[in-house]
Every structure is written in structure tokens, then in C-alpha cells.
Design a protein around this ligand. Structure first.
Ligand code: IMP
Length: 423
């Protein structure tokens, strides 16, 4: 496995947690490198299901070091809540490490997220409302607070003027109420004691693990099409969700990454606003949503559903230098008479086999579909490709051929063992 990045190949929610869970068994270290508690995955602890947003699911494997690295934005309220939840399940946090360089999501970032969305009106992004964008904006503007600040003696002194600045902004620019700064400040400062024991230099730890040739798993959050530079801007998140983000968010050099695994569903989903050419706003889309339980882990919002977009997948393969593909939820498509693959776009009378150059062209583009026969047979018990009906195999073969990336895993049901592993 060596140094592997697992990255989302669509607009998030691809089922990365499933693939990470599979690979984490052999990993000495699992690392979150970007995003924050806008992400979410459900992990099973015996009969109990836990929802984690920040702490890598590798925490369930006692020998795996779990890092929240420099590029992540951390809401201390959420982090400490997750710590308590895990402890209450008897899960040790001894292997958790948090970078002092990671930025803190402050209460005013959450407020600002909501105010910005209100101000955008019909053009709103549909953010998760967790303060992600404003926290990254402050980081880029060099007025953020880092975890190292939160756990230091100077936290109140640094944070107080930032609260005052934001109150000024809320009242003067947004016409909103001022925050009760002192109460919020005391609340955030109150989390420091719980977090302090886990804070360290994670870049150093990753470097040592690389030098020792350990298996390291970088766990991407969100997906390629939500990348701040390479996604469908402005309907994106505020971090680098592509595999290169693992370098930026941890301090590992690009040549150290040995394998990139992209994860996509058998179909496509998206939450929030923004262009989605293969979206199905009909009974088939609704059927996929219900069968696939396509409702957000973080916000509970219904996800938009549509056919698998191969143009997007090819693009994801390119920008991530994807070595292998894990395809999830194939079973959700069972029972459909035909299944479609978006193989190109028609734009202004021309066929495009790549992404349109501008957002305006993108909006004018219509998908071109390849239609394949569906399958009715139950596939949740399949454990080898040969167990699948011929039409399901053909669907997978077309995806592999059109994406130009070999499959390494296909999931056929929600349980851990309901998967076909190929590499
Ligand atoms: P933000 O990351 O909360 O700023 O949201 C920006 C966009 O990214 C919105 O369209 C969100 O729905 C989307 N987004 C953020 N995190 C996730 C995720 O984990 N899965 C799917 N979509 C996400």
C-alpha cells in the first residue's frame, strides 16, 4: 500500500470512508489533510453507528496513528464532542495527533457563513453552514487563529481584537446583531485543555513515517469537483480536495505519493447548488435517492442524483493522477431497465469530450449518453466479478474503458463485506 491517497472523484459523498476503512487495516497512519466538519462519515462500532466529521475512522484500529494535519480547519466544539463520543464507546484516543498549524473555525466563521449565504440569495452556494469558507478566507488573509494559538497562553489576547473586528463587520456591513464576544471567547478557550495533549508537529510525524517506509493513508474529504481551483467554481468548497492537497495539507513532497485511489459511485450525486449536467430530476433520480439513501451525513439534505458522468471522471483521473478506481453502490442501480453513462457534452452544436472551458459554456452544455441494458438480479451477495450479471459487468467494463483507470473495488451493499476487491 505504501503512501496512498484516497480522493473523491465527484462532488463528495462518494463513499471514501468505505475504501479508507478497507485500507486502514494495513495502515500505520491515516491522515486528514483538508476540509473540516463539512465532511462526515458513519462508522460501525459493533452494533452502534457513529458519525465522525473530523477524526479519521482509523481511530477504531488501535495500532493506527490518526492525524488531523495542517490543511484541516478544526471546529473545537465538534472535535471535543467527537472525542467524548469515542471515549464513551470505550475507544482510546491515544493514537490521535492534531497539527498546531491547523486553523480554528471560530464561532464568527459560522455566523459569517450564514450571513454570506443570505447575502448571495438565489446565487447561494448551499454550503454546509459550518464556517469552512470564512475560516479558510481568514487563513489566506493571515488573520486566522491556529490550534497552536488556541492551546497557548496568548489565545485571549489574540482572539479578542478579532471578535471586535468581526462585530464591526456584522453590524456595519451586514446589518446584523453583534456577538456576545466574551461569552463565545470563553466557550472556545474552554476547549483548549481537552485538545492540548494531542497537539504536535504532524509534518514531522508524516516525514518520519515516510522515511520508515510505513503504510500511510491520506484521507481526502469532499471531492475533485468541489476543489477551490479545479472544481466547478464558485460552487465549490474552500480547500484543495484533489490528491495534490495531500502534499499541501501535510507537508509531504509530491514525489512521495505512490498511489492515488479515486472513489466514485455507480451514479453521480451532488449536494448544494451548482451545475450538474447528468442530474435526473425525474422518477429515476428519485428512485436512486431512495434506494441509495442519498441524504447528507452532515446536514441531512437530500442529495441531487444523476447518471455517472464519464467526462467528469476522466477529468478527475487526470487531475489526481489516479491509479485505480473504487466504485461504490452498484447495487442501487439494480432493477433499472437501462443505465446511462454521460460520455460527452453537446455545446453550441459541437461535441465536447472534455470539460467546457468556461462556466457559461458549461451551463449551455447537454450530456451525451451511452445507454446500456440494466440488470434485475440481486447483486448484494456478489464477492467476485464473475458473480455479477453480465449486464452489470458490462457497465463496469465501460466505466473502466472510458475513464482509462482500472477498478480496485466495487461495493454492492452497505456492509463491510459486501464488496468485490480486485487489486
Ligand atoms: P462548504 O464546504 O460548507 O463551504 O460548502 C461548499 C459546497 O461544498 C456546498 O455545495 C456543499 O454542499 C459542498 N460540500 C462540502 N462538504 C461536502 C461533503 O463532505 N460532501 C458533499 N458536499 C460537500
Amino acid at each position: 500500500m505504501a503512501v496512498t491517497v484516497v480522493v473523491g472523484a465527484q462532488w463528495g459523498d462518494e463513499g471514501k470512508g468505505r475504501v479508507v476503512d478497507y485500507l486502514a487495516r494495513n495502515a500505520a497512519m491515516v491522515v486528514r489533510y483538508q476540509g473540516g466538519n463539512n465532511a462526515g462519515h458513519t462508522v460501525a462500532v459493533g452494533e452502534t453507528e457513529l458519525k465522525l466529521h473530523l477524526i479519521p475512522s482509523g481511530i477504531l484500529h488501535s495500532n493506527t496513528l490518526c492525524l488531523i494535519a495542517d490543511g484541516v480547519v478544526v471546529d473545537p466544539a465538534v472535535l471535543t464532542q467527537e472525542m467524548q463520543t469515542l471515549r464513551a464507546q470505550g475507544i482510546s484516543l491515544d493514537s490521535l495527533r492534531i497539527s498546531g498549524n491547523a486553523h480554528v473555525i471560530m464561532p464568527y466563521h459560522r455566523i459569517l457563513d450564514a450571513l454570506d449565504e443570505q447575502r448571495r440569495g438565489g446565487g447561494k452556494i448551499g454550503t454546509t453552514g459550518r464556517g469552512i469558507g470564512p475560516a479558510y478566507a481568514d487563513k489566506a488573509a493571515r488573520s486566522g487563529l491556529r490550534i497552536a494559538d488556541l492551546v497557548s497562553d496568548h489565545f485571549l489576547e489574540r482572539a479578542r481584537p478579532l471578535f471586535a473586528e468581526k462585530n464591526h463587520l456584522f453590524q456595519r456591513v451586514y446589518g446584523a446583531d453583534a456577538m456576545d464576544s466574551e461569552a463565545l471567547l470563553a466557550e472556545v478557550a474552554g476547549y483548549a485543555g481537552q485538545i492540548r495533549p494531542f497537539v504536535c508537529n504532524t509534518t514531522l510525524l508524516v516525514g518520519q513515517a515516510v522515511a520508515a517506509r510505513q503504510n500511510i493513508l491520506f484521507e481526502g474529504a469532499q471531492g475533485t469537483m468541489l476543489d477551490i481551483d479545479h472544481g466547478t467554481y464558485p460552487f465549490v468548497t474552500s480547500s484543495h480536495t484533489v490528491a495534490g492537497g495531500a502534499c499541501l495539507g501535510t507537508g509531504i513532497g509530491p514525489r512521495q505519493i505512490e498511489r492515488v485511489i479515486g472513489v466514485c459511485k455507480a451514479y453521480t450525486t451532488r449536494v448544494g447548488s451548482g451545475y450538474f449536467p447528468t442530474e435526473l430530476e425525474d422518477a429515476t433520480g428519485e428512485r436512486i435517492r431512495q434506494r441509495g439513501a442519498e441524504f447528507g451525513t452532515t446536514t441531512g439534505r437530500p442529495r441531487r442524483c444523476g447518471w455517472r458522468d464519464l467526462v467528469a471522471l476522466r477529468y478527475a483521473a487526470q487531475v489526481n493522477s489516479m491509479d485505480a478506481l473504487a466504485l461504490t453502490k452498484l447495487d442501487v442501480l439494480t432493477g433499472l431497465p437501462t443505465v446511462c453513462l454521460g460520455v460527452g457534452y453537446a455545446c453550441d452544436g459541437k461535441r465536447l469530450n472534455h470539460f467546457p472551458d468556461t462556466q457559461a459554456e458549461y451551463v449551455r452544455s447537454e450530456p451525451i449518453y451511452e445507454e446500456l441494458p440494466g440488470w434485475d438480479e440481486e447483486i448484494t451477495g456478489a464477492r467476485r466479478l464473475a458473480d455479477l450479471p453480465a449486464n452489470a459487468r458490462r457497465y463496469l467494463e465501460r466505466i473502466e474503458a472510458l475513464a482509462g483507470v482500472p477498478l480496485m473495488m466495487v461495493s454492492v451493499g452497505p456492509r463491510r463485506e459486501q464488496a468485490i476487491t480486485l487489486q
